[in-house]
Design a protein around this ligand. Structure first.
Ligand SMILES: *Cc1c(COP(=O)(O)O)cnc(C)c1O
Length: 395
């Protein structure tokens, strides 16, 4: 049924244009039939052949679909990769990457990576014979110390969740080059607008497009972007063989979201900086975690490897868990909810929500308290967010 050949390759006629321009134009304007200015949705499972061996580039939607391919062109361009495959969720993008490896291979990653990634690595792929070391990657010596003859990959996630610790990406990829390891970076938190892992030597970038790339909290999706041909071919093969690809409709929504990525990220950051500065001075707050604050321990590294500080921050409320809960429940503009990266502000309690799948000890080791709150700052006017959060803290 589905051919194993790759869908048409990715030309990038906007490759020399600025980022914001590529967000608007790459993968759009695809309709030769009626010249619609917006990419059409092709909700079809199958495509008519014109003769034996003759299609218009697509034969079956699991293997390739024009709407999905348009999104893949866009994301490949934004990360400056050679190929992209978009998937049903961020987790399926990560699962696709794991199929670059075989039983016996060893992977080094952070001890504070996304909880779903930790679960996938430590259960399903461990059961399949891949081994993992979860180390504190803030100190590069810990990565060197974990390398064994079986090590094949270092998996990077930065900034980390929820405390916004930064891993030195160029430092990690230097080790990977020296030891001939693949480096893979989960770039979900910063988006390619603020962080470009390929420029720092990373081999493969993954995203949960659920977050900033889509930006409107109405899709779950993922992406794997590659910059070397063998990785591009293997990921394409795996996504087709396992059936991980996203639906044409979801691809269309993400493609629409991506058009405003630049202005959205600027607005998220503006709000996050204003909130972080207010929180740092507020008597009801013990500690703020935001790399954009000059006294944050990662501020210098952030300025070196990121083009901005993003829209995520966390803070520890003074007092106890009940006070932290009261702050959340007193808010009017911030919904108490997991996830991040949408235009609306969200607040959550990592200890019992996003990071509940970690053991209590692991949370403690990572520095998460029962008074830590994580905020995904939306694009509302910063003055309204400030007033709402101040009122909730003072109540
Ligand atoms: C949300 C998230 C994922 C998982 O993505 P889903 O779309 O929920 O499957 C992976 N990594 C990070 C950093 C995330 O924030």
């Amino acid at each position: 049924m589905a051919s194993e050949s790759a869908p048409p390759s990715l030309p990038d006629p906007f490759g020399d244009q600025h980022f914001e321009t590529r967000c608007v134009h790459v993968g759009v304007d695809k309709d030769d039939a009626y010249n619609s200015c917006i990419t059409p949705i092709y909700p079809t499972s199958t495509f008519r052949w014109e003769g034996l061996g003759k299609t218009k580039g697509y034969d079956y939607t699991r293997s390739g679909n024009p709407t999905r391919r348009a999104l893949e062109e866009s994301l490949a361009s934004l990360e400056d990769g050679i190929d992209c495959r978009t998937t049903s969720t961020g987790m399926s993008a990560i699962a696709a990457c794991m199929h670059l490896f075989r039983p016996g291979d060893h992977i080094i990653t952070g001890h504070d990576i996304y909880g779903g990634t930790y679960r996938l690595f430590s259960s399903l792929f461990t059961d399949m014979g891949i081994t993992f070391s979860f180390v504190n990657m803030l100190d590069l010596a810990n990565i060197r110390a974990a390398i064994t003859p079986a090590t094949k990959c270092v998996w990077i996630e930065t900034p980390s969740n929820p405390l916004m610790n930064l891993v030195d990406i160029a430092g990690v990829t230097a080790i990977c080059r020296e030891k001939n390891l693949i480096s893979i970076a989960d770039n979900t938190f910063m988006s390619p607008y603020f962080q470009r892992p390929f420029e720092l030597g990373v081999d493969i970038v993954v995203h949960s497009t659920t977050k900033y790339l889509n930006g409107h909290s109405d899709v779950v999706g993922g992406a794997v972007i590659t910059r070397h041909n063998p990785h591009a071919e293997r990921i394409g093969y795996v996504v087709n063989a396992l059936g991980l690809a996203c639906s044409p409709f979801d691809a269309w929504l993400v493609l629409r979201g991506v058009k405003t990525l630049g202005p959205r990220m600027e607005a998220h950051q503006r709000g996050a900086l204003a909130l972080a500065q207010m929180l740092a001075k507020h008597p009801a707050v013990e500690r703020v975690y935001y790399p954009g604050l000059p006294d944050n321990p990662f501020h210098a590294l952030a300025k070196q490897q990121m083009k901005g500080f993003g829209g995520m921050l966390s803070f520890d409320v003074k007092g106890d868990r009940a006070k932290a809960e009261r702050v959340m429940l007193n808010l009017k503009l911030f919904a108490m909810a997991e996830s991040l990266g949408g235009v609306e502000s969200l607040i959550e309690h990592p200890d019992t929500m996003s990071h509940a799948s970690m053991t209590a000890q692991a949370r403690k080791d990572a520095g998460i308290t029962d008074r830590t709150l994580r905020v995904s700052v939306g694009i509302e006017h910063p003055d309204d967010l400030l007033a709402d959060l101040k009122a909730a803290l003072n109540a």
